[in-house]
Ligand binder design. Structure first.
Ligand code: GLU
Length: 299
């Protein structure tokens, strides 16, 4: 098969087994890659050690294999890559785009500035730590310029980071690197050209594009898939008690997910194995069938 240069990925956080929300992100990124004769990678986002559940990474990999989603290169683990994140933070600091912040969670919660994700950091430590303050977290210095991108499914998105988000954390007070920094470093390291993931991350994307610009990295194209919600409209996650997917009948599971994704699998596909189902789905993949749908309930 010709190498089209397309490189996609699925990047689960191993905080529990796959549920149908994460299955949609896995399957959507896989089908988009395979439809384009691309390479599909898996990256374990196990940076947040307090939330990582022992054994969950292996369980996720095993589940992916049991439903025929085979990755093309070695799985990388964010917990092994702190030196790379540290180098990126150094670079941001050396160009004056990162600073250490001494504010406590409580002080930030008292901020009267509000953005699209809640409280905006008021910038207290922007010009250096106030006297007698200990450094805690590292923040990226944002500005008022517009950051825009065209999402393949969600349309044209624009944010002004300084007002909409504020100076965001790139290394946490507990010493762990933040998702926003790690994802940018790793997407570049894995030479990802296309990101297909859940639309819950849509509002994070401008932060990631901003960091890519600062670090001199290229920006992949983005396809944000509808978030799967429960009947209360909550995103499926461990917190909302999402059930792990049941892989006892992998073909039925895939067909169900494909129907949910509006891919109209023909009824006679149910007589086939997962490889044939995935081959059909990759050839016929039409992400536009999910057009403008931000959230759908999956039963
Ligand atoms: N690890 C993130 C999650 O499981 C996804 C990150 C990404 O796809 O950029 O929600």
């Amino acid at each position: 098969m010709p190498d089209t240069g397309y490189r996609g990925r699925f990047a689960p956080s191993p905080t529990g087994p796959l549920h149908c929300g994460s299955l949609i992100a896995a399957l959507g990124s896989y089908l988009d890659a395979k439809h384009n004769n691309g390479t599909w990678l898996v990256r374990m986002e196990d940076l947040d050690s307090p939330r990582t559940v022992p054994g969950a990474a292996d369980t996720i990999l095993h589940t992916l294999e049991s439903i025929g989603l085979h990755w093309d290169e070695t799985v990388i683990y964010q917990s092994h890559r702190s030196a790379e994140y540290d180098a990126a933070l150094h670079k941001l600091n050396s160009i004056g785009k990162a600073y250490i912040c001494g504010c406590t969670r409580k002080e930030i919660a008292d901020s009267t500035l509000h953005g699209i994700e809640g409280q905006v950091y008021p910038g207290t430590c922007r010009n250096g730590l106030p006297e007698g303050r200990q450094g805690r977290a590292w923040r990226a210095l944002t500005d008022s310029f517009a950051i825009s991108f065209d999402d393949a499914l969600q349309g044209h998105i624009t944010q002004h980071l300084e007002n909409d988000i504020g100076d965001f954390v790139v290394k946490r007070a507990d010493g762990l690197f933040a998702y926003q920094l790690a994802v940018v470093v790793d997407d570049a390291f894995q030479r990802i050209t296309h990101v297909a993931r859940g639309a819950d991350l849509l509002s994070s994307t401008p932060r990631q594009i901003y960091l890519q610009h600062l670090l001199g990295l290229s920006t992949p194209t983005y396809l944000h898939l509808p978030v799967v919600t429960n009947t209360l409209g909550e995103k499926l996650s461990k917190q909302t008690l999402a059930q792990p997917i049941n892989t006892a009948f992998p073909a039925a599971l895939l067909l169900n997910a494909l129907s949910f994704m509006q891919q109209n699998p023909p009824p006679d596909l149910s007589d086939y194995d997962v490889t044939s189902i995935l081959d059909w789905a990759a050839i016929n993949w039409d992400y536009k069938a999910l057009n403008q749908v931000k959230s759908i309930c999956y039963r």
